[in-house]
Design a protein around this ligand. Sequence first.
Ligand SMILES: Nc1nc2c([nH]c(=O)n2[C@H]2C[C@H](O)[C@@H](COP(=O)(O)OP(=O)(O)OP(=O)(O)O)O2)c(=O)[nH]1
Ligand SMILES: [Mg+2]
Length: 167
Amino acid sequence: MKLVTRSRSTVHVAVGVLINDVNEILIAQRPKGKPFPGFWEFPGGKIEPQETPCQALLRELHEELGIEINPDHPLLLGNVKYAYPEFIFQAPVFICTSWERQPQPLEGQRLVWAKPFDLLSYNLLPACKGICLLLQEKTDFIARERKRNIFQDSMNKIIKNVPNPTR
Ligand SMILES: Nc1nc2c([nH]c(=O)n2[C@H]2C[C@H](O)[C@@H](COP(=O)(O)OP(=O)(O)OP(=O)(O)O)O2)c(=O)[nH]1
Ligand SMILES: [Mg+2]
């Protein structure tokens, strides 16, 4: 019997976790016409070959939400990998707590500011569970860097709900 192996390409995606002044997190519902319609995700998009992850993040957040972010501001939390049947999702994940202008749904997506402990009640893309875990793991770091003690408390509440995804 012949063994057929499929090689999956890796898609590099810059992901932004926007946290507002009351420690809510911005999530977006993918519109019809894009892959995975109806699923919720963190804003961001594919990194172009000539871009750094941070440059891609700033461009994507401008295109999708119409906001401007100081290039020195996003804080890299870590990398999340998830194997979909069709491709490997590989994402540097940044947090942002400051930007110019209000986020707007410029690509027909629904936007919601979710409380950290509500995040998992949304139908998130499978790879986003890994992003939630990373947020949870890094709450001390986020609190220290961004003086977000309330955020730390909220994030601690989601720990027991995050299933451990296959990474
Ligand atoms: N932006 C984003 N994409 C995610 C997340 N989780 C996850 O599995 N993905 C997947 C969905 C997509 O198949 C892939 C690329 O993201 P994307 O569709 O946002 O890429 P993009 O903004 O460049 O979109 P496009 O120009 O190709 O239409 O990553 C997430 O939290 N945020
Ligand atoms: Mg996108």
